[in-house]
Every structure is written in C-alpha cells, then in structure tokens.
Ligand binder design. Structure first.
Ligand code: PLP
Length: 459
C-alpha cells in the first residue's frame, strides 16, 4: 500500500463511525451544558501531545468523544456573543466541500464551485434587498470588513492628489472591533478612526458625523469611508442608513455597512433596513444569522471595478486564457484570498434543503425571543433593561447585585450562557439570539438562571 492510502472498506467504516458520532452528538445537544466544565490545564493535559510516529488508524476517533466533552456545544441555550448555531445540513456541506477539495480561485480551477458561489452571492444580495450587488464569500465579518475598507481606501487614494493627508474613517462609538483592526492593517493609522457619538438608541448621530467630516475637510484630511453598523454588536442598534447614505453621497465618501451581526434579519423585517441598497459595500455573516457552520462571511459591493482595482494583482502563473466571460472569471481578482474553500456548497445545500421560508421563520423566532426576554426582564423589579431591542441582542442588569459576579455564576451553573457588554457605564448581561435551536422555554431560563445566580451570591 502507498503511504496515506486507505482501502475503501476501511474508509467507509471510518466515515460511518464519524457520521454516527455526529448524529448522536447533534441529538444529545440539549442534554449538554451550555458551556463545558473544563480548564486550560485540563485541555492541555488531554490534547497537547507530540505527533506520533506510527499511525493510530481509526483509533483517532476515540479522541473525538473526548473532544466532545471539552467543546462549547451549540445548544439552544447558548446566548453569548453573536454565535450561530451550526445547522447540520450546512455541516454536511462543509464535509463535501473538503471531499471535492476545489480551489475556488478561478472558473478554470473550479468550474461548478465558482458558478455556485456566484449564484449564492446573488441569492444573499437579493435576500437583503440589494439585488445586483456582486461579492465573494470569506472567512467571516472581520475579513469582509477589511476587504470593504480596502476597496474604499483604494478608491479614495486614486481620487487624491499626491501628498494628500492621511485618510480618515467615520464610525459610531458602538462599532465592532474589527473596524479599528482593519484601519490599522490598511495603514490608515489608528488615530484616523473618528468615533462618532450615538443617540439614546445607540445609533450614530448624523449631525456629529457631518461636523466631523467638515472639520477633517478644513484640516485637509481625506475622508475614506463611513461605516454604518447594522446591528451594532452590543445592542443591535441600526444606524440611520438613509441619512448616512445621503451624507456619503453628497460628500463623495464610500459607505460601508457592517452587517455582520444584523443585516440578514432583512429577510424577516426588511422595513428596518431601509436605505441599505444605497451602500457601496456590505459585510454579512452567514455563520451568524443564517446559522451556518463557521466559516461563512461575505462581502457584497455595488462596483465590481472598484473591487478589481483593489485586488487584481495577477501573476503570469494564474493568467486566464479563455475569453468566454463566464470562464474568465476569477475570485482572486476581487478578494484578498487566492486559495479559497468551496464555502458556497454548504449554503447551496442548506438554503435549498430548508427553503427561504424556513430561514425567514427562524430569524423571526429569534427576533421574537429577544422581545420575550425584554418583556420578562421588564416584569422583574430587580432587573433593568439597559437598551432598546431593535434586533436580537438584549442588554440588562441586576439592579442590586454585582452583575460581573452574576455572569460568572450563570456560566458556572452551565444551564445558559450569556456574555457581557458595557452600556452607559453599566456592566450589562447580554443575551443574543441567532440560534435556530432556541425554544421560548430557554428564553425564560435566562431570567430564572440570573435570579438563581444572584440568590447564590447571598448564600
Ligand atoms: C457587528 C460585527 N461586525 C463584525 C464582526 C466580526 O465577525 P467575525 O467574527 O465573523 O469575524 C462581528 C462579530 O460578532 C460583529 O458582531
């Protein structure tokens, strides 16, 4: 036998053990704790080991059962961060992606994969009311934000005379950390992010935005982009898109929408996203509110030429000879990556398996769960809702006890998982619903677990 070769029989047995495990694991999710009771030293003891010289064969699957006890399960009771729930058909798609092992660079390298990714991009754009936008899939929202701002920067630099002052980016104080990171990576300089104050609903204040742009123009600084948050990470606030788009247009500034958390809710509540189609670029995350397994981010943009001017640096070794427009297409001309997974396959399978209506319904349920929690919090005198709930993030606090201590107790109890946010100087308990497994009973558990944890602090 050649090195690395596996007989068909062995492979089938190995796969069937793995798929049996997967099915049992998914079926057991609701019995599992919302967070594993493990520690850094315990996982190091179990998994930090040298690479064995001799192969262990199918015995390696024994490790998978141990791993399962030390991962964070995708239960319907996990409400931390913006954590999608890992839809199983998508997971099967991920497996098949690796089976096909397509390098989704250009049509020549991966004909069907390229065509399917372009089709899926069209579905996503159309689903959020931005039909006609082009784009590409990528690892996640951070990468999509980086690429969106890279295009904006390229465009602004091209329009500028030499020696122009550094480019500035405008975003609300509530912006996600991936935006300052992108600005730093693009060499725009950390101090060139203007954090614009927000109103009482945590939405970017357009009067302050206009003032900041005017002040930069006065000092000869070059505006590069305005970032509107559509679903700010802490509260889900949706910046006033139409007004921001009008400012961007009249000032000639690129409008990038960070929709990694919230924009896919446009499938269920399009009226909340009025003006979205005026953006120049939009990031979104199918591994958040389309419940797909990580990684599945996406950048959409209106102007493909702008993307090509930014990312097209072809070498001779990738020259496309075929002039048929469909066959000449290459994602490396429009994105950072060259080697790319066939990410679209999981979306292609999962979105069609369930159909659009099921996705719309799942998102509507998440929105409803957030309102149920907000109502349940309002009904408890010892709790206080700290921010409006425009989408599916709910920030609240216990009025008397230490909320930091409550959070630690809630996580240790293992029934529900919450994360935290800072709201008007308060330490907030934060629950976010982007989880197709959550039931209304799980929502009420959040309140009972917080109250139980607060009571334990007395004991
Ligand atoms: C508003 C927002 N933008 C960007 C990101 C980054 O996305 P990713 O984790 O996929 O890189 C997140 C992640 O939660 C987010 O909530």
């Amino acid at each position: 036998m050649r090195a690395l070769e596996i007989s068909n029989r062995e492979l089938l047995a190995f796969m069937s053990e793995a798929t049996n495990f997967a099915a049992e694991y998914w079926a057991s999710l609701e019995e599992r704790p919302s967070y594993p009771s493990t520690s850094g030293s315990e996982t190091a003891r179990l998994f930090d080991r040298p690479w064995s010289g001799e192969g262990r064969g199918s015995k390696v699957l024994d490790d998978v059962r141990v791993i399962a006890e030390h991962v964070r399960p995708c239960t319907g009771r996990f409400f931390g961060y913006v954590a999608g729930s890992g839809e199983p058909v998508g997971a099967v798609g991920d497996f098949l992606t690796s089976v096909f092992n397509q390098n989704t660079t250009s049509w020549r390298s991966a004909p069907a994969a390229i065509t399917i990714e372009r089709a899926v991009i069209g579905w996503l754009a159309e689903a959020i009311g931005c039909g006609g936008f082009a784009g590409s899939l990528c690892g996640g929202g951070s990468m999509a934000n980086l690429m969106g701002l890279a295009i904006a920067r390229e465009k602004a630099l091209a329009a500028n005379e030499e020696g122009a002052r550094p480019g500035v980016v405008y975003a609300s104080e509530q912006v996600h950390m991936s935006i300052p990171k992108a600005i730093a990576l693009l060499g725009l300089g950390r101090s060139n992010l203007r954090l614009i104050p927000v109103d009482a609903d945590f939405r970017l204040r357009t009067d302050a935005l206009e003032a900041a742009i005017a002040s930069d123009r006065k000092f000869g600084n070059t505006p590069v982009a305005i970032v509107a948050s559509v679903g700010a990470v802490a509260t889900g606030a949706i910046d006033p898109l139409r007004q921001i788009a009008e400012i961007a247009k009249s000032e000639g500034i690129w409008l990038h929408v960070d929709g990694a958390f919230g924009v896919l809710a446009a499938l269920a509540v399009p009226e909340k996203f009025e003006g979205l189609n005026l953006a120049d670029s939009i990031s979104l995350d199918a591994h958040k509110w389309l419940y797909q397994p990580i990684d599945c981010g996406c950048l959409l943009y209106r102007d493909r030429d702008a993307a090509r001017k930014t990312f097209s640096h072809s070498g001779d070794y990738v020259r496309v000879f075929n002039q048929d427009p469909g066959e000449a297409f290459a994602f490396f001309e429009e994105s950072i990556e060259l080697s790319r997974r066939f990410r679209a396959l999981k979306l292609w399978l999962s979105l069609q398996y369930h159909g659009r209506e099921a996705y719309r319904e799942a998102i509507s349920r998440d929105l409803l769960h957030a309102q149920l929690l907000a109502d349940a919090v309002r009904a408890r005198p010892e709790l206080e809702l700290l921010a409006p709930v425009p989408l599916s993030a709910v920030c609240f606090r216990h009025r008397v006890k230490s909320n930091e201590a409550i959070l630690q107790r809630v996580i240790a109890r293992g029934r529900v998982y919450l994360s935290n946010a800072s709201i008007n100087g308060h330490f907030a308990l934060r629950a976010c619903f982007v989880n197709h497994r959550t039931e209304p009973a799980n929502v009420y558990e959040i309140v009972s677990e917080v109250i139980a944890a607060a009571d334990e602090l007395n004991a």
